[in-house]
Write a protein that binds this ligand. Structure first.
Ligand SMILES: [Zn+2]
Length: 418
């Protein structure tokens, strides 16, 4: 009888449930723990709690965490009760959620593994089919989404990320304070963003303090249209802005390099692309001497580079007025540069200066969005792509949504702490 007591304790079974039998099959490497209910304890309706008569029993099995490397299955005849108000109901068991084929602890283990490895790998590890493991993940996401309460988010981020092929995008909305993904939208159109903003309550809309984004008109216009005083809340992300300056430098370099080669001589710009694009403060000293000489040479690329470097220094103001003065000085320099790509960038920056100033005075960047973005691309690679956007969205929310995914009553893996 000692083995029954042992399993009683391992399973954490409480009265009126107790282990009544253990069937060991070494050939199948399986142990079946038969659990039964004390018939003397009266039954109640799981909906209303009224005491009811037994209607019948249904034999059910649940896969549990392995014990001693044996696949472990719980088997029980689960009573069904007949409530005069709610009809026939199966009573709840403490070790599994209603309707589940796995115990809560087993599902919790699979969910924990799914945080680290793809579905196929977890399926092989626990000896289940891909569909079963996928089912556990999908239930976890539904559970997490159902538990999520509407919350006020003060600092948002919105960014696009690629879905499957090039030029197919989804939009990812993040809570920059909690560092989680709030929602994934199926494209990057204004109407889609508006539809999401409309799911927010008036209070949630009003409480948004900043939203960090790229200079993407659809995002800008959606927030301007729906969010009060959005022209003071939209913040253009510093790293996106830097990429516009980088592109301008590169365009100037390409044209100048071609012109130098066309005029016969060897271009001193050969193999210098990345030097110009690098953040000069991070350029290592070995390459720095010759590169700094190059920056002082009479080159169009060097002038464009100096402008890019200056732009990188204009992000630490606390006063809007001083920031605006500095940026306007830079824009004047850019417009007089006689470098077409720089002048083009100046026009873009001028038109969006308001959002750059918002970003500076609120010290907002979408760096968290960028790091979540990198993790989204890893999730995509791990799954070898997704059948459709809906599944991609759910996978992102599973990994990055900050959701409470675990079945109720299961606290794997932290429950091992004594
Ligand atoms: Zn009832």
């Amino acid at each position: 009888m000692r083995d029954r007591e042992l399993y009683q304790q391992i399973l954490g079974l409480q009265p009126p449930w107790k282990v009544s039998d253990i069937r060991l099959s070494l050939a199948d490497r399986q142990v079946v723990i038969v659990v039964e209910r004390d018939l003397a304890v009266s039954l109640t309706c799981p909906v209303c709690g009224q005491s009811c008569g037994v209607y019948g029993h249904r034999r059910r099995t649940w896969r549990h965490l392995d014990t001693c490397q044996l696949q472990t299955v719980i088997e029980a005849e689960v009573p069904r009760v007949s409530c005069c108000e709610h009809g026939v109901q199966q009573i709840a068991v403490s070790w599994a959620e209603p309707g589940g084929r796995f115990t809560s602890l087993f599902e919790a283990m699979v969910i924990a593994w799914l945080g680290e490895a793809p579905i196929a790998a977890v399926a092989a590890l626990v000896g289940l089919s891909w569909d079963h493991v996928d089912g556990i993940q999908q239930r976890a996401i539904d559970r997490g989404l159902a538990r999520r309460k509407p919350a006020v988010v003060k600092n948002l981020g919105i960014d696009e990320t690629s879905y499957q092929a090039d030029h197919e995008y989804i939009s990812v909305i993040t809570d920059r304070d909690r560092r989680v993904v709030l929602e994934v939208l199926e494209d990057r159109k204004k109407e889609t963003v508006l539809a999401w903003l409309d799911t927010l309550s008036a209070e949630q809309q009003r409480e948004i303090k900043t939203v960090s984004m790229d200079m993407w008109e659809a995002f800008i216009n959606a927030f301007l249209e729906r969010i009060p005083e959005a022209d003071r809340k939209i913040c253009f992300d510093r790293f996106h802005i830097a990429s516009y300056f980088g592109k301008a430098v590169d365009d100037v370099r390409i044209a100048e390099h071609q012109a130098l080669r066309a005029s016969g001589g060897k271009s001193i710009l050969t193999h210098t692309k990345h030097q110009w694009l690098r953040n000069s403060e991070r350029t290592d000293n070995r390459s720095r001497t010759w590169f700094m000489a190059l920056t002082r040479a009479s080159l169009k690329t060097a002038r464009a580079w100096a402008i890019k470097e200056q732009a990188g220094k204009l992000w630490s103001f606390t006063s809007r007025t001083w920031a605006e003065k500095a940026w306007c000085r830079l824009l004047g320099w850019m417009k007089r540069s006689r470098l077409a790509p720089v002048i083009k960038t100046a026009k873009t920056i001028q038109a969006h200066l308001w959002g750059i100033l918002n970003a500076i005075v609120t010290a907002s960047t979408n760096a968290i969005g960028e790091s979540l973005n990198a993790r989204i691309q890893k999730i995509k690679a791990m799954a070898c792509g997704f059948r459709n956007r809906a599944r991609f969205r759910r996978a992102i929310l599973f990994h990055l949504g900050g959701l409470n995914l675990m079945p109720s009553g299961a606290s794997y893996p932290t429950h091992t702490k004594a």
